[in-house]
Design a protein around this ligand. Structure first.
Ligand SMILES: Cc1cc2nc3c(=O)[nH]c(=O)nc-3n(C[C@H](O)[C@H](O)[C@H](O)COP(=O)(O)O)c2cc1C
Length: 177
């Protein structure tokens, strides 16, 4: 698959078929994606591939915290997490001292995560980039037994939907002349 094809075909997938994506596949994708650039080559990331029990515990915690709050997508995201084959937590692993370094590290993680999504798309896997879980960062430390900031989660699984391309701004709207 051409890179451009992966870029145009990728969608956030929120409906998954049964089936476990092999751990080796996830590991290979992470290995490839971490060829991504990072500020000062600090590679400020760590990953945890959750087992099903931990994944479901995280989803339940998110659901319970937000189920009665209006205007949050978190309860819906929690349901999607339950249906995933695999949830990977991406942690910020750095000892930054200031806002500038933090921004650089977060940019680095964001770029690397996009590479994960494209590499998964290349393999025909469905993915969902999840940040609703940032609402339960402290809980995630405890649930996953990792004392780092969980900056994002990535869901993987076998697609059970083919959503249309979601709208994007035109070049005219985003290029400043
Ligand atoms: C940083 C970030 C956080 C996101 N968090 C969530 C989330 O918590 N739950 C969810 O369902 N989608 C989440 N998404 C997916 C976006 O909603 C999705 O990328 C956007 O609507 C465009 O759709 P597309 O990915 O299919 O092109 C997130 C995407 C990004 C980049």
């Amino acid at each position: 698959m051409e890179l451009k094809e992966a870029i145009y075909n990728r969608r956030s997938i929120r409906k998954y078929k049964e089936g476990k994506v092999p751990k080796e596949t996830i590991l290979e994708i992470i290995k490839d994606a971490t060829c991504a650039p990072s500020g000062h080559n600090l590679q400020p990331w760590k990953f945890k591939i959750l087992d099903d029990e931990t994944k479901n515990k995280l989803a339940t915690t998110l659901y319970e915290k937000y189920k009665d709050k209006k205007g949050y997508t978190a309860p819906f995201t929690a349901e999607v997490i339950k249906s995933l084959s695999t949830l990977v937590v991406v942690y910020l692993d750095s000892e930054e001292k200031d806002e500038f370094s933090r921004t650089i590290n977060l940019l680095s993680i964001g770029g690397m995560i996009d590479e994960i999504l494209l590499l998964a798309e290349e393999r025909g896997l469905g993915t969902l980039w999840i940040a609703d879980t940032n609402n339960i960062m402290e809980e995630i430390k405890e649930i996953t037994s990792v004392n780092l900031e969980s900056i994002s989660c990535i869901g993987f699984g076998y697609k059970d939907q083919s959503p249309n391309k979601r709208p994007r701004k035109s070049l005219e709207e985003i290029i400043i002349e």
